[in-house]
Design a protein around this ligand. Structure first.
Ligand code: DX5
Ligand code: ZN
Length: 217
């Protein structure tokens, strides 16, 4: 898959959500990453359906929704209805991952599954043929602005090898602590999509930072 940047709206200015969404819409980023946190799966609370709908109204980009919530099966269909193009749930949060996958598909969205830093990629071997994307967390989920965990590079490479050996086209996305300083090595390890919150919205020129990440060599 073509290199893709997914700016995380968690780092946007919520007082100017439409402005920040339109800024990303003009940029070279092809996706928008939307972090939903419930205060239970992660020690933080972000936002839910109304905010996703507002972003959907303001954007033509591919909306990549990352659910950091317990019992995701209860809500995945509503996120698809609210405008998600892709719904990603956490492997650790779902008692019945296969059923959760089916609920997302039935609602008409693409399916992603995510693993936290301590979860080995091996747990995904059986589920891999059923999903469109795997999201490798390169920080502990819950907050923007943390440092990239270096051992994530090895996990990305292992996942890339697993996808290749299985003859699949699974998209590999990486989330946490990514900027134009480390984008080249994360892409080189096997990532297709890089999420970036602080690096984009904290940059003096966010659109230029997105281009620097895309072109990082
Ligand atoms: C963290 C979220 C991330 C976060 C990334 O739990 O899943 O998407 O917004 O932020 P940065 O790029 O600042 O690490
Ligand atoms: Zn995320």
């Amino acid at each position: 898959m073509e290199r893709t940047i997914a700016p995380s709206m968690l780092s946007a200015d919520f007082g100017h959500l439409e402005r920040d969404t339109q800024m990303i819409d003009r940029s070279a980023a092809r996706w928008i990453h939307i972090d939903v946190m419930d205060g239970v799966f992660v020690p933080n609370i972000s936002f839910g359906f109304p905010v996703l709908k507002a972003i959907r109204r303001a954007s033509k980009k591919f909306l990549d929704v990352h659910l950091m919530i317990v019992e995701p099966e209860k809500y995945v269909a509503r996120f698809a209805e609210a405008g998600a193009d892709l719904v990603t749930f956490h492997y650790e949060a779902s008692a019945e991952p296969h059923a959760t996958v089916e609920l997302i598909r039935a609602a008409g969205a693409k399916v992603g599954v995510s693993i936290k830093p301590a979860t080995p990629v091996e747990v995904l071997r059986e589920l891999l043929p059923e999903v469109d994307l795997v999201l490798v967390m390169s920080v502990e989920p819950g907050f923007g602005g943390q440092s990239f965990i270096p051992s994530s590079l090895e996990k990305i490479a292992q996942l890339r090898a697993m996808v290749r050996e299985a003859g699949l086209g699974t998209i590999i996305e990486v989330d946490g602590g990514i900027s134009s300083r480390n984008a080249a090595e994360v892409f080189a390890a096997g990532a297709d999509v890089l999420v970036a919150g602080n690096a984009v919205f904290g940059a003096p020129d966010p659109e230029a930072e997105i281009v620097r990440m895309l072109e990082a060599r």
